[in-house]
Design a protein. Structure first.
Length: 420
């Protein structure tokens, strides 16, 4: 297998307990010895912690929890978040990376995590990837006071998982995985949600299939995974086998395709149960727009932003095998993305996009559809679209739109609910 897949020298570097460590460095404190929590005290005992120091993590306190979940016998100091400080510190660290690699070989994954492709720089620095990682981490600490961990691998996936799973176990914070480590290290990962790209909800879906370790996933029939999860099923299988063909340059590409998109800032915190109603309503709007313009989508994107005190979220896309303008299909794929990446945090914004647009030329079938089935769905959608166009968006609504968590009826009364 090793000869068939990319053998790059990829580093994934993460700044340890970033927000909390920044606060400690600014105060001249050691984050490994100080019980400090970053949270908004004004929100009371139910405030969500944005970060805790490694000292508290060592006592079993997770990075994201409610203050009331921290045991009362543990004494700690609370400091408010300062995003300007964290952004400035992040820029300092990125400037260090750019001392070693060009911008084309750097991917900023998040405010505290980056990928570096150092393949073409090792001869220049006369070091192997492990030695170069040690130098970079040491420079980060000397210049900023921040401690970092690093995973090294032949592709982005294995570098990331090496960092997540193993790097923290070593004093120097560096772990290197190769393709030879897949069966011994990658396949032993359990629970599944410890693996990059598998959230708690996708973990439950996989558990139903009796998949409990990454090894179980790697050995599962990939065609059955594709039947259940679409193209994402193939990606899950590939990742379980250590296969990742993506490159840092892929993240630099800007899509020029026209797309239809819709985003909604919510009036309260939503969760994994009631957010599905919002997603469904937004999909209905986008699917109607596709049909009105005689378009179909081949790329579906879903973005979730968590509540403002958390200041994070995700955005991922799925490329479809068959173009669609079906509410049912688009909603299904949005929920697959959601289940894979959602981390059980309060949600305040949802974004959905339909890209890779093509003109609708006819009916494309898959193995499970018949012409009659698709024609029936098309006729129903056309009738609904016609009624709404003639009598207004609220003239025909789903019963679910009457539920307290629905925003469809209120949103339909407003102009400019979507944008390109």
């Amino acid at each position: 297998m090793e000869n068939n897949y990319p053998k790059r020298n990829i580093m994934c570097i993460d700044l340890k307990s970033f927000f909390a460590s920044c606060e400690c460095v600014e105060r001249g404190l050691d984050p490994f010895k100080i019980p400090l929590v970053v949270a908004n005290k004004k929100q009371g005992n139910g405030a969500i912690t944005l970060a805790v120091t490694p000292y508290l993590k060592a006592q079993g306190i997770p990075s994201r929890t409610r203050l009331y979940n921290i045991p009362q016998n543990i004494k700690y100091m609370i400091v408010p978040p300062r995003m300007k400080l964290y952004i400035a510190k992040s820029k300092e660290v990125v400037s260090i990376y750019l001392d070693y690699v060009s911008a084309e070989d750097l991917h900023i994954y998040s405010i505290d995590e980056c990928f570096l492709d150092v393949t073409n720089y090792l001869k220049l620095y006369k070091k192997n990837d492990y030695e170069l990682a040690a130098e970079i981490l040491n420079k980060i600490y000397k210049k900023t006071g921040l401690t970092a961990t690093c995973g090294i691998g032949p592709n982005l996936l294995l570098a990331k998982v090496a960092m997540d799973i193993e790097a923290k176990k070593y004093k120097n914070g560096i772990a290197k995985w190769t393709y030879n480590d897949i069966e011994t290290k990658l396949w032993s990962i359990t629970p599944l949600s410890k693996m990059w790209g598998i959230g708690p909800r996708m973990e439950k879906n996989l558990n139903i299939l009796n998949i409990y370790t990454i090894g179980d996933l790697a050995k599962y029939d990939k065609n059955k995974l594709k039947d259940k999860f679409g193209i994402m099923g193939i990606e899950l299988w590939n990742h379980a086998n250590g296969i990742d063909l993506s490159k840092i340059s892929d993240y630099k590409m800007q899509t020029k395709d026209k797309s239809y998109s819709h985003s909604q800032v919510l009036f309260k915190d939503y969760n994994g149960q009631n957010i599905r109603l919002i997603i469904s309503e937004m999909v209905d709007l986008l699917a109607t727009r596709l049909r009105t313009n005689n378009k179909q989508t081949t790329i579906i994107g879903l973005g979730i932003s968590y509540s403002k005190e958390i200041k994070s979220g995700f955005y991922h896309t799925l490329k479809l095998d068959v173009p669609t303008d079906s509410n049912i299909e688009i909603n299904k794929f949005c929920n697959i993305i959601f289940d894979r990446y959602y981390n059980n945090l309060p949600i305040r914004k949802v974004s959905i996009s339909c890209g890779g647009l093509t003109s609708k030329k006819g009916i494309q079938l898959n193995l499970f559809d018949t012409v009659q089935t698709i024609n029936n769905e098309n006729k129903i959608n056309e009738a609904i679209d016609e009624i709404k166009n003639k009598y207004g968006k609220n003239s025909l609504i789903k019963a679910s739109s009457l539920l307290p968590d629905s925003t469809a009826m209120e949103r339909n009364t407003k102009i400019g609910g979507h944008h390109e």
